[in-house]
Design a binder for this molecule. Sequence first.
Ligand code: PMP
Length: 446
Amino acid sequence: MFSCERIDNDTISRQLHFDSEHLWHPYAALKNTPARFLAVSARGTTIRTAEGLELIDAVSSWWCAAHGHNAPEIVEAIRRQSDRMCHVMFGGFTHEPAIELGQRLVEFLPEGLNKIFFADSGSIAVECAVKMAVQYQYALGRPERCKLVALRGGYHGDTAGAMALSDPDGMHVLFRGIMPQHYFAGRPNCRFDDTWDDADFHSMEQVIEEHLNEIAAVICEPVFQGGNGMWLYHPNYLKSLREICDRHGILLILDEIASGFYRTGPRFAMEHAGILPDIMCIGKALTGGSITLAAAAASERVARTITESKIPAFMHGPTYMANPLACAAGVASLNLFSTRDYLTNVRRIEARLRQNLAPLRSLENTADVRVLGAIGVLELKSKPAADDILRIIRETGVWLRPFCNYVYTMPPLITADAEIDRICEAIRLIAQCEPMPVQEKDDFHE
Ligand code: PMP
């Protein structure tokens, strides 16, 4: 049925009805509200729907389709691998796709982060990074160091351990009771291109000094806080963070799941600050938006400390760890990242976003405009109505997924200038809609 792209209206209604009755969607009520689109194919920057809409994917399907959808090189790699072996357990076996992806990552990741744990999603990579940090401190004879410090305004995923590190007043408030308890420093306030103010780091200093002997690691999204506020902060914050962590034997975990792979300009956002973490998390664009795969990459020192301790095994092992199809997709995706000049593309996209979004500052409902790399954010004073967003998506042919008061784009890194113009026009139209009088409660659509 899905082989042909156009589906008759009755079939579309029946399928959407079933979906609405039986399938949960992310951050949504079970019922089909707001309406969903029935996607039938996706190629390059465009998603096609059963009713014949062609939508520019202005959010790269939650920031993963960096090369555009269905890059032929990735599709072919998955096809070839599926002929040989879809999966075998990684406990007791290894295989060429995992080894090759490991080799590619060792070359591609920042220097020294060469001990790689493959995880099935970004949230799980975060869980693994946290467990590595705790196991590292345990190995050094400091079992009491089992808390983390995270940033207000951050987002690290939806599993219990990752929720516990995300903004404590954000979308996961309901689940506080089941979360491990960590410490939070204030959101860095100094903007990415403002003059750096040391005072911005005081909150972190305070938290660390107060709880020094309990802290295994600090975790943050470098420079770009995505899922909980689309905020861009000053790279000097990270320099201070690296320095204080070193001073106190605390590990630094950088979550590059959203910011990595050229999204903010350089290959990884940490490069803005010129620092290295002890553990980094990657995901999303790793397989170019084809199959779920993420990883936690640790430094030699972290890995060696764990390995030479009383409990040398790192205690995590998901069933589908290092799935060969996902690893093959990752290899093909890294080939594209290594051979294409995305840095130039991202600079071009950034210039176009700045040019188009800057004038929107003067709109009545605009609170702030932020652009860095292939990220453009319009923060509104009041959120637009879901019906207006849907109407504008249909009228402009641009797929946007605003959440709370943020209308943003993180387009595929291959997006052409003319498409960026259309995306910005759709953002403008959304910003100009009649704002909602009150905040809806279910407004977290990451
Ligand atoms: N960390 C960051 C910074 C993210 O943006 C996300 C996803 N938006 C995650 C972790 C969780 O990744 P996943 O959805 O693959 O579990």
